[in-house]
Ligand binder design. Structure first.
Ligand SMILES: [Ca+2]
Ligand SMILES: [Ca+2]
Ligand SMILES: [Ca+2]
Length: 137
């Protein structure tokens, strides 16, 4: 069970890296903390992810196809996991469901907010996991 959680968590680190590049925690944390109040709410996470969805959905048909993510190694890797019903497309529902499960993993105390401390703990754990398991990027 623990390794599954860490595995999912590692996916979030990759997601965040995709948004912010290989930047330190403070930068991606600030990018997600839209209203700048010092923590990340689920709404804020979904806002940023929805923008990402629009960017990835190049032909604007409201689904992401495998072809649309071929330019991004990290999104291509995640595509199969995001496509829950395996129809070859990722729709916004699937995309948001993935965001919710990731949020829940990082929000350790389950209070609906990700603090910078929770984000930091998570990043450290994910790094350790990546090192131990030699996760390719
Ligand atoms: Ca916030
Ligand atoms: Ca599309
Ligand atoms: Ca929390």
């Amino acid at each position: 069970m623990k390794s599954i959680v860490l595995g999912l968590g590692c996916g979030l680190l990759l997601a965040v890296s995709a948004i912010a590049g290989e930047q330190p925690l403070s930068n991606w944390f600030k990018a997600l903390d839209h209203n700048g109040n010092g923590d990340i709410s689920l709404a804020e996470l979904q806002t940023v992810r929805n923008q990402r969805f629009s960017v990835l959905d190049a032909n604007r048909d409201n689904v992401i196809s495998a072809e649309e993510v071929t330019g991004s190694a990290s999104w291509s890797q995640r595509f199969l996991r995001l496509d829950r019903n395996s129809d070859g497309y990722v729709n916004l529902d699937e995309f948001e469901a993935n965001g919710r499960s990731r949020f829940a993993i990082i929000d350790i105390d389950d209070n609906g907010k990700i603090t910078s401390q929770e984000a930091f703990n998570f990043q450290r754990k994910a790094r350790k996991y990546a090192t131990t398991h030699k996760v390719s990027r």
